[in-house]
Design a protein around this ligand. Structure first.
Ligand code: SAH
Ligand code: SF4
Ligand code: F3S
Length: 475
């Protein structure tokens, strides 16, 4: 532990927030073995690329990046290159055969093994560990925050996924679902708060199925002993526990699966002012036949009921969505169902893709990828156009209202402006004046576009900055 070997590590991450959170765990594991993280591959002895396999173009991007890395390796013959994450898990040793510059291939559950894999490479061989685990959560490891703004941070609450949506590679790359000890989650949130962080996002592929009853692989709730049931913590309880770390620590979470989100969670959200009014609730499609083929285990009606429950219990809650255009056998009418569900749901924003067949998935094995590429692209364009129009309209409706914003840093466009998210997770931009990063301010919205709202700060938010305001009055 803590031995100094003066070696330098550069980590680059792709894919979802969970991959970025994992890279921070990797940085800690490596730091404990004497590696310092640096910001450029040119200063590094080791380069780790944490990869994503979700769509074919995600993998192409990484292949391209590896080609670029060849030049760096030419200059530094001793450079060690490691491929981490989902693409490593999916392709295993094949990656070493195909990409000659790769020395290490390591899957998402094998990061504790990284220091010994690096030692193997230093001994002149290539090293692979892609074992998946039923229990690994890296629970007690405090992540080293990389590229942090010092205000917002991710906390992984679970790993893997048991859902087997037919289009999705994640269950194959990240293994079975398991939940992390809630005590370690609360400790991580407390530690972040004590270090000055103001917002945490709890991460899992399906946060609503979070369930802790003492560790070990996931079991069905009904098969638990009475003792395990009594001491169990579900997602609603976990949210409540994290919200109580401090009333001024903002809480977000992602992703909610429509089949699992329950009223208890919505009530906890409504109860705590510091849990944001925002839910990411991917529908994927608006047509029940397609949803069945996707193995999402809910239909259009069920999805609509969930949206209604959210709107009933948390007025003003914003909702975002993921949509896949042109899944196997999707007809024009079925595509229209997706558009109409989006309109009905009035999503604040969405992440939208066309279907990309992933080798080994249920859909790849059972269905033919028969919607022509140009049809997929045209449907996707219609979906994006609809969402952009809805987002623009919804943001326009925010003009004249006052939103609470946590300041994350300077705006990309101008050093004179600050950027932060409002409670409903919309990027908000306003002149800096004398405000500081990490403060909560009330912003009067004056202008908007489809992806951001702009205005003027009226002052510190009374609820979140109560202590600051009190201190100011005393002095
Ligand atoms: N666990 C989350 C999703 C994680 S993947 C959930 O269940 O909602 C993020 C998004 O990528 C998915 O919601 C889906 O919209 C998209 N996606 C996954 N596999 C895909 C594929 N094969 N082709 C296109 N988009 C895909
Ligand atoms: Fe993939 Fe479905 Fe799991 Fe999400 S819930 S990660 S889409 S299998
Ligand atoms: Fe990609 Fe793996 Fe996340 S496939 S989206 S990095 S879980």
């Amino acid at each position: 532990m803590g031995n100094i070997n003066n070696k330098k590590l550069y980590i680059e991450s792709y894919g979802c927030a969970m991959n970025f959170a994992d890279s921070e765990v990797v940085a800690t594991i490596m730091a404990d073995n004497g590696y310092t993280t640096v910001n450029s591959e040119h200063d590094a002895d080791i380069v780790f690329i944490n990869t994503c396999s979700i769509r074919d173009n995600a993998e192409q991007k990484i292949r391209h990046r590896l080609t670029g890395l060849k030049g760096t390796k030419r200059k530094n013959k001793d450079l060690v290159v490691g491929i981490l994450g989902c693409m490593a898990e999916r392709l295993k040793d094949q990656l070493i055969e195909e990409e000659k510059l790769v020395d290490i291939v390591v899957g998402p559950d094998a990061y504790r093994d990284l220091p010994s894999l690096v030692a193997e490479v230093d001994g002149g061989s290539k090293a692979v560990n892609v074992l998946l685990s039923l229990e690994e959560t890296y629970g007690e490891i405090t992540p080293t925050r990389l590229h942090s703004n010092g205000v917002t941070a991710f906390i992984s609450i679970m790993r893997g996924c048991d859902n087997m949506c037919s289009f999705c590679v994640v269950p194959f790359t990240r293994g079975r679902e398991r939940s992390r000890d809630p005590q370690t989650i609360v400790e991580e949130a407390t530690d972040l708060f004590n270090k000055g962080y103001k917002e945490v996002t709890l991460l899992g592929q399906n946060v609503d199925s979070y369930l802790w009853y003492g560790g070990g692989p996931k079991k069905e709730f009904k098969k638990l002993s009475q003792e395990e049931k009594d001491s169990s913590v579900d997602f609603a309880k976990l949210l409540d526990m994290v919200a109580k770390v401090d009333p001024t620590l903002r809480i977000r979470f992602s992703t909610s699966h429509p089949k699992d989100i329950v009223d208890d969670v919505l009530h906890v959200m409504a109860k705590h002012k510091n849990i944001c009014n925002y839910i990411h609730l991917p529908a994927q499609s608006g047509n029940s036949r397609i949803l069945d083929k996707m193995n999402r285990t809910y239909d259009r009606k069920w999805y609509k009921t969930k949206v209604e429950r959210i709107r009933d219990i948390i007025p003003n809650c914003s909702i975002s969505c993921d949509i896949i255009a042109g899944f196997c056998t999707e007809t024009e009418e079925e595509h229209q169902d997706t558009l109409s569900l989006m309109e009905w749901s009035d999503f604040d924003f969405s992440y939208m893709y066309y279907y990309s067949e992933r080798p080994g998935t249920l859909a790849a094995r059972k269905y033919s990828d028969d919607v022509p590429l140009e049809v997929k692209k045209r449907r996707l364009t219609e979906i994006i156009t609809l969402q952009n129009n809805m987002s623009a309209r919804k943001n326009k409706e925010r003009e004249g209202t006052v939103v609470t914003v946590l300041i994350e840093g300077k705006s990309k466009r101008s050093d004179d402006d600050f950027m932060g998210k409002c409670d409903e997770n919309i990027s908000t931009i306003f002149p800096r004046e004398n405000y500081k990063v990490g403060q909560y301010v009330d912003v009067l919205i004056e202008r908007s576009t489809s992806n951001s709202i702009m205005g003027k700060a009226l002052g510190l938010n009374e609820y979140f900055e109560k202590e600051t305001l009190e201190k100011a009055l005393v002095s």
